[in-house]
Design a protein around this ligand. Structure first.
Ligand SMILES: CC[C@@H](C(=O)O)C(=O)SCCNC(=O)CCNC(=O)[C@H](O)C(C)(C)COP(=O)(O)OP(=O)(O)OC[C@H]1O[C@@H](n2cnc3c(N)ncnc32)[C@H](O)[C@@H]1OP(=O)(O)O
Length: 253
């Protein structure tokens, strides 16, 4: 069964859905490939103006890395290979030439929050929670999401989220400017209403504006900072404390 869906919508955007509800939309290697494909298709299609990312069902947007797959990565070097692969994808998502939306329809945990941070806009469904919980798992954001968050949020807000490592309510995250809208209606309708005016603009206009931020992120060496973050996480990954967390989670479930 395919672990993701890429749909071109009539309103002029591509919808990427992780279809692993039974694993709370955790990211494995297949989802990584799918995400890169959706990014490339959005960039390459002249009639596509935006990319929207979401998760199947209502339970989870994305529960981060698939621990049932990644638990086999025990050394720093093994972890680095996986972490840097996803960091490359998140950088290409961050710097995609068109606007991007994380449609956070359910819980977002760990790498799920990194994925959302890489999007230009984040919409959260009423009642959901999201958290950069990596700190409670004896690691840090391993896909470069901490550096991305530092570009998107004021310093105090980004630091608080990363250093407290707790799932927080959508209202709390809206107040910190992590979410740009809270919705109660059906997810796609809420997203289309949010994007309505943007999708009415010419694609060249959208790309020109997006370039302002792409240039800024290049000037502040975002890619290099993400790489440093990945390397630091890879070192923590091989600690006993992190392996113990993963073992406990997998045994509990
Ligand atoms: C690895 C990269 C790293 C980074 O660089 O950022 C990270 O992403 S670290 C974060 C890793 N993710 C987690 O620790 C999240 C773990 N999951 C949860 O805390 C919870 O599942 C949930 C997301 C809060 C949802 O809770 P709930 O709705 O109660 O579902 P269950 O816990 O019962 O899970 C159902 C089912 O899904 C499996 N599952 C959930 N998350 C993952 C995951 N990340 N990887 C693999 N499998 C996952 C869970 O094991 C259950 O499976 P079954 O028992 O077989 O039904």
């Amino acid at each position: 069964m395919l672990e993701f869906l890429i749909e071109k919508k009539d309103k002029g955007y591509i919808l990427f859905t992780i279809t692993r509800n039974e694993k709370r939309n955790a990211i494995n290697y297949e989802v990584m490939e799918g995400l890169q494909k959706a990014i490339n298709e959005t960039a390459g299609a002249p009639d596509v103006k935006a990319l929207v990312i979401t998760g199947e069902g209502e339970r989870a947007f994305c529960s981060g890395g698939d621990l049932s797959v990644f638990h086999s990565l025990s050394t720093k070097d093994e972890a680095y290979t996986m972490l840097s692969k996803m960091a490359d994808i998140l950088y290409s998502l961050t710097t995609l030439s068109k606007p991007t939306v994380a449609l956070v329809n359910g819980t977002a945990i760990g790498g799920g929050c990194e994925l959302a941070s890489a999007c230009d806009f984040r919409l959260g469904r009423q009642g959901i929670k999201a958290g950069f919980v990596q700190g409670k798992q004896a690691i840090t954001t391993g896909w470069g999401g901490g550096s991305i968050l530092a570009e998107k949020l004021p310093q105090h807000a980004a630091m608080k989220l990363l250093m407290e490592a707790e799932p927080q309510t959508v209202e709390y995250l809206f107040d910190l400017d992590f979410f740009h809208g809270i919705y109660e209606e059906e997810s796609l309708s809420a997203c289309e209403a949010f994007l309505d005016k943007t999708l009415a603009c010419d694609v060249n206009v959208l790309e020109s504006y997006k370039k302002i931020w792409i240039n800024k992120w290049a000037a502040v060496n975002l890619r290099e900072r993400m790489e440093e973050e990945v390397k630091k996480c890879a070192v923590l990954w091989e600690s006993d404390a992190h392996h113990q967390y993963v073992k406990t989670f997998l045994n509990k479930n």
